[in-house]
Ligand binder design. Structure first.
Ligand code: NOJ
Length: 761
């Protein structure tokens, strides 16, 4: 077929092409039966347009047509082989363009996921698909942009601790632009799995334990990645993952079995996905776990009944890596053919990496064992997203800048906003060291690599500014003495004496302790939540020196470190903060930024307590404890200190009953301390008697960030509608049951006095 390369077109207009899903934008062409004539070739940016034998374009190539019409026109021209190709995603690896080029050129592959995306390789592969394949259907390129692409931000669990949807949007906007500039069309993010067990290393990738907050963060991330339209060149399609229940892995062991009762599935695990779907997420990823006996990647109830039929999801579902083939390992399918049948029928549209669809669907279709309609529907879902993304009209990437100064500045801001101050005795922080001596001790003191955290994209160690470097810049007058003291993970204690000597000379000790990046993320789970290696020994020796100790903790999860909390004068949770860890943390330690982060996952006292989370159901005997002590976590969900002190008045309600479908709760919040500060004011609900299924002891229903000057007071109000009082019943129905409820406005999930009201029948 003759190829026609159309000239470049001025940037800007292209963002509007293919944005509309139902009606095409102002047409650059004149449609005509069976094709269309190019009227304004300059309307195509990087456009590679084939003319059909009449010298016309095919209808599906017409950006002016509605997306649905383009999908149908394209689908009807595709052979079974070409349709099958759209359902397969392969890993992009060096040399692949030579090796598998023929497959792409034959239309036998629909997508790549990249280990190391680069616009050049992407464009070469794309050229094979667009110029060499019969119909020129573009590939879609996916990548794990989890907390930044090149500019690495704090891990998602850390980001969620800012309790700030705008911050999430800004961060994901940068992550999207950097990803897109390297040829990524589609990110495998946000991860919206609820995680109640910090042994599970993937708790680092999500927004913690609360479904309501998780939903807000999911929607914010989708808005950040996709913008007003992911057709824009600096935006990417989002992927909600891992659908569903993956975070409930038994024992915290990754990939493990999950048992989640229907009400908990509906009330806890599904809401963040629903929020992300409502925000317009283009795709979802089906999870690895077996959910109530049916693997999530073969689960028709979740993938079709809930996702498509009840929520109206219009995008496509990609399996997690080889999860279709793993239906065999789960003992759910006997062979690839059965795995392909179960996954496709359940609602998995695209198979990541494994080849069950590719090898088995042709004979299954031939034999009528898989319906052609189901098969075509999967193809439609994928074509639709490719067209909405604008890939048919602009298949190639213009490489762009990564790691721009504004992105780095946002990373620094995000670090400071994500840090959670866990303790601050006698206001030792912010530091006032003047010309004194600061001993910075610990394996995270001058560590670059581990500050990046898990899933660090194209982040580079050399981009990271360490805590030592951040503090040196922030405390120019002080004498900063740095001693590593011990290794992050081994038992080597040979540096402890040097560390103790340094501590003895210091006016203040900053201990930088924690976990390596490799302890969290996929396939990284722990059976101990303490400090790895000899770090606890280091802590104990330093704490015994009698100098004031400020501990900065770096980790991908809540740690169980009660002795650190008890013996440090101050503790700052810094998570794995990314490239600007050092400056961002120094901003908080020195008071340039006042801490305002709040933990979004409870901190246990010991690993034996987990799972421990605030929104549990009540038992019949709520006051019984462990032989070793309290049943409550050491630090509750929502907890975090500031450099000032906030006082709460009682929660007052607009009425003792819901009137005109709503109720308003108000509390007076006062900054009673000496400094300005930002408080995260939280609203919790309780339904003490619910006949359709018992409800948690508390549920988050709202929050507001309130910044007050010293002595300033504000009335903080929240209004709930009757619908906000509802829940999913044990038999899977949404119910708003009349009766008594309670509300409290509080600084965290364990404080405040509930006040009651009623909802009339
Ligand atoms: C497996 C992980 O579970 C998933 O989160 C990721 O997106 C895919 N691999 C692709 O890398």
């Amino acid at each position: 077929m003759k190829k026609l390369i159309i000239a470049l077109f001025a940037a800007g207009t292209l963002a509007t092409l293919a944005m509309s899903e139902d009606a095409g934008p102002q047409s650059p062409v004149v449609a005509g039966g069976g094709g269309f004539k190019i009227q304004r070739p300059e309307m195509y940016h990087h456009g590679w347009l084939d003319l059909n034998k009449n010298g016309l374009k095919d209808a599906y190539e017409d950006p002016a047509l509605p997306v649905g019409a383009r999908v149908e026109d394209l689908l009807k021209r595709m052979t079974r082989e070409e349709r099958l190709g759209q359902l397969w995603q392969q890993q992009m690896r060096p040399g692949i363009d030579e090796k598998d080029g023929a497959l792409v050129a034959a239309g036998g592959l629909g997508s790549f996921l990249g280990a190391a995306p680069d616009a050049g390789l992407r464009n070469r592969l794309q050229r094979l698909a667009v110029e060499e394949s019969r119909l020129g259907i573009p590939l879609i390129f996916g990548f794990d942009t989890i907390h930044g692409f090149r500019t690495i931000f704090p891990i998602p669990l850390g980001l969620s601790c800012a309790w700030d949807e705008q911050l999430i949007e800004r961060v994901e906007t940068v992550a999207a632009a950097e990803s897109a500039a390297a040829g990524v069309d589609w990110v495998f993010a946000p991860m919206v799995d609820i995680a109640r067990d910090p042994r599970w290393g993937r708790i680092a990738e999500g927004a913690g334990e609360d479904p309501w907050l998780g939903g807000r963060m999911a929607a914010a991330a989708v808005r950040g990645f996709q913008g007003a339209s992911y057709a824009q060149e600096d935006r990417v399609a989002a992927c909600l993952k891992h659908y569903v229940g993956y975070g409930a892995a038994e024992g915290g062991r990754d990939y493990n079995t999950t048992e989640i009762g229907l009400p908990t599935l509906r009330n806890v695990y599904l809401p963040p996905f629903k929020a992300g779907v409502d925000a317009g997420a283009a795709t979802l990823m089906s999870a690895f776990n077996c959910l109530n006996g049916v693997p999530a990647s073969g689960n028709r109830f979740t993938l079709t009944e809930v996702l498509r039929d009840q929520w109206g999801f219009k995008g496509f579902v990609v399996s997690d890596w080889a999860a279709v083939n793993e239906l065999i390992h789960h003992g759910y399918a006997a062979d690839k053919a059965q795995a392909a049948t179960l996954a496709l029928n359940a609602g998995v549209d695209m198979e990541m990496v494994s080849d069950c669809y590719r090898t088995s669907l042709p004979p299954l279709l031939e034999a009528g064992k898989v319906s052609a309609a189901t098969f075509d529907e999967a193809v439609r879902h994928i074509l639709r997203i490719k067209i909405v993304k604008g890939l048919l009209d602009r298949p190639y990437t213009t490489p762009g800048k990564l790691g721009a100064a504004a992105a780095v500045a946002l990373a620094r801001e995000a670090v400071a906003r994500c840090c959670v101050l866990l303790k601050n005795d006698r206001d030792i922080l912010p530091l006032h060291v003047g010309g004194g001596t600061v001993a910075l001790i610990g394996p995270m003191a001058d560590n670059r690599h581990d500050l990046l955290g898990c899933w660090s994209g194209l982040g580079r160690d050399e981009d990271v500014v360490t805590l030592k470097e951040g503090l040196a810049a922030a405390l120019p007058g002080a004498k900063l003495q740095v001693v590593v003291g011990c290794d992050l993970t081994t038992d080597d204690a040979s540096g402890l004496d040097e560390a103790v000597a340094a501590a003895r000379q210091a006016d203040v000790v900053i201990l930088a302790l924690g976990e390596p990046a490799s302890f969290s993320g996929e396939n990284s789970f722990r059976s101990d939540l303490g400090l790895p290696g000899s770090q606890q020994q280091l802590f104990d020796r330093i704490a015994a020196c009698g100098r004031p100790v400020v501990t900065v903790l770096f980790a991908g999860r809540p740690l169980a470190v009660p002795a650190v909390l008890e013996k440090s004068a101050a503790v700052l949770m810094a998570w794995h903060p990314g490239v600007q860890g050092g400056p961002g943390i120094a901003d908080v330690l020195t008071g340039v930024v006042s801490p305002s982060g709040r933990i979004t996952a409870s901190f246990p006292r010991s690993v034996g307590q987990v799972p421990v989370y605030y929104n549990h159901l009540a038992t019949g005997r709520p006051r019984n404890n462990y032989k070793e002590g309290s049943r409550e976590p050491l630090l509750p969900f929502g907890y975090g200190l500031t450099y000032t002190r906030f006082e709460y008045g009682p929660t007052c309600l607009s009425s003792d009953r819901v009137l005109n479908g709503a109720i308003t709760a108000t509390a007076t919040v006062t900054n009673a301390g000496p400094r300005a500060g930002t408080e995260v004011v939280q609203l919790y609900l309780r339904d003490p008697a619910c006949s359709v299924g018992a409800r948690p002891v508390r549920e988050l229903k709202g929050f507001q960030r309130v910044t007050l000057k010293p002595g300033e007071t504000k009335d903080v109000s929240f209004t709930l509608a009757a619908q906000d009082l509802g829940c999913w019943s044990v038999d899977g129905k949404w119910v708003v049951e009349a009766g008594r409820f309670e509300l409290v406005i509080a600084p965290d999930a364990a404080s405040g006095q509930m006040v009651g009201f009623s909802l009339d029948p």
